[in-house]
Design a protein around this ligand. Structure first.
Ligand code: ATP
Ligand code: MG
Ligand code: MG
Length: 360
């Protein structure tokens, strides 16, 4: 037994806390928001800013190990907790690399995997140089803080007035994520998108769930389907990259790695999340051990669970007002309904998900 500290209080924290509870473990959530989906299901709560050192020290003392469900936890917060003697899993390298798209892509290339062509952008001149390198269409993204496709602007051949397009992209990115666009990526005409949810234990054991095939709508994940329609060969490539990432990051916990699959079956890494991932929610209902339990097992020093799939599944996110349909979903056969207890069904907000099982 023991207590697991979780930085961040969203739905991922809630599902981690539920998984920990099933294993007889307690959770203590630390997050700045006054009301959060994880609060209802965890044993301890600290509401404080990520730079509140007194609260962080007390939190570190109250728990046996610390993890996070939110990848934008400031790196300084993790460094401070580690300086207090706390064990933070996954460690600082995995977190820091994931927080910056430029470092993330450089890391992926350094371990021998491919990404879209990219170029750092901090003014019109570097944007022009970037377009010469990656071609058009291209996507201008922020290096930090982006999620659900927010703050991303496409630059096409129609954008002849580059200076005007850049100004517009800057305004848009600041409004959506509070940062300037700062990396240009070549647009990938992918055939499909897949992700691998992987786990590594403190003693280096690695277990990988089968790839899920993901469909996004308006930049937000809409469905994840298992098994994916990719070939064994493509899946094997994705597994090899995921294993390499887990090892090179000296990772402990669950990681979510997103890939673009090209028409010839080759793969490019889009990005990774140093945490449980939305495209792995189907594991709750289609596997004996979910990604949430797997993550808790890894950070708590348990043996990892078997990631085998016992049923084909399609996970569908309930976004904004879609959650109002819960009563009809609740009556569907072989549909597993998960709601996050959020009161306001704002547009684009993830309110819950439903996983439909094939029961094969
Ligand atoms: P999240 O973290 O919620 O997955 P994000 O804001 O970090 O999203 P990305 O994963 O970079 O955003 O992009 C969201 C989606 O936009 C991708 O899953 C893909 O469908 C599309 N996309 C992003 N980059 C490219 C690209 N270079 N070429 C083609 N499509 C892209
Ligand atoms: Mg992302
Ligand atoms: Mg993504």
């Amino acid at each position: 037994n023991g207590t697991i500290g979780i930085l961040g209080g969203g739905q991922l924290g809630r599902m981690l806390a539920n998984a920990a509870s099933q294993l007889g473990l307690r959770t203590h959530v630390f997050c700045p928001e006054e009301s959060s989906p994880a609060f209802e299901v965890c044993a301890g709560i600290t509401v404080a800013a990520y730079d509140d050192q007194a609260s962080l020290s007390a939190f570190a003392k109250a728990v046996d190990v610390i993890t996070y469900e939110f990848e934008n936890v400031p790196a300084d917060t993790v460094a401070f907790l580690e300086a207090q003697g706390a064990i933070v899993r996954p460690g600082a390298k995995a977190l820091k690399t994931a927080q910056d798209r430029l470092h993330e892509k450089e890391f992926v290339r350094a371990i021998g995997a491919d990404t879209a062509d990219f170029h750092p952008v901090d003014d019109l001149k570097s944007l022009k140089a970037g377009l010469d390198k990656v071609g058009r269409p291209a996507i201008l993204k922020t290096r930090r803080l982006g999620y659900d496709g927010k703050g991303q602007t496409r630059i096409t051949t129609d954008d002849s007035d580059l200076s005007a397009a850049y100004d517009k992209a800057i305004e848009f990115a600041w409004a959506e994520v509070g940062a300037a666009p700062s990396i240009l990526e070549g647009f990938i005409p992918f055939e499909r998108e897949i992700s691998v949810i992987g786990a590594r234990s403190h003693d280096g054991e690695i277990r990988l769930f089968d790839p899920a095939e993901n469909v996004h709508r308006n930049g937000i994940l809409k469905t994840s389907t298992v098994p994916a329609s990719t070939s064994e060969e493509t899946n094997e490539k994705a597994f090899t990259v995921t294993r390499k990432m887990l090892e090179e990051l000296d990772y402990v916990g669950v990681i979510g790695v997103e890939f673009f699959v090209l028409p010839d079956g080759d793969i490019l890494v889009n990005e990774y999340a140093p945490r449980v991932h939305n495209s792995g929610h189907w594991t709750q209902d289609a596997c004996a051990v979910s990604q949430f339990e797997q993550h808790i097992r890894a950070v708590a020093g348990w043996p990892l669970g078997d990631p085998v799939i016992h049923s084909s599944a399609v996970m569908e996110n309930l976004i904004g007002a879609e959650v109002k349909n819960w009563r009809s979903l609740a009556q569907e056969k072989n549909a597993c309904v998960h709601l996050y207890g959020k009161s306001e069904a704002r547009d684009g907000r993830k309110m819950g998900h439903v996983t439909r099982l094939a029961m094969n």
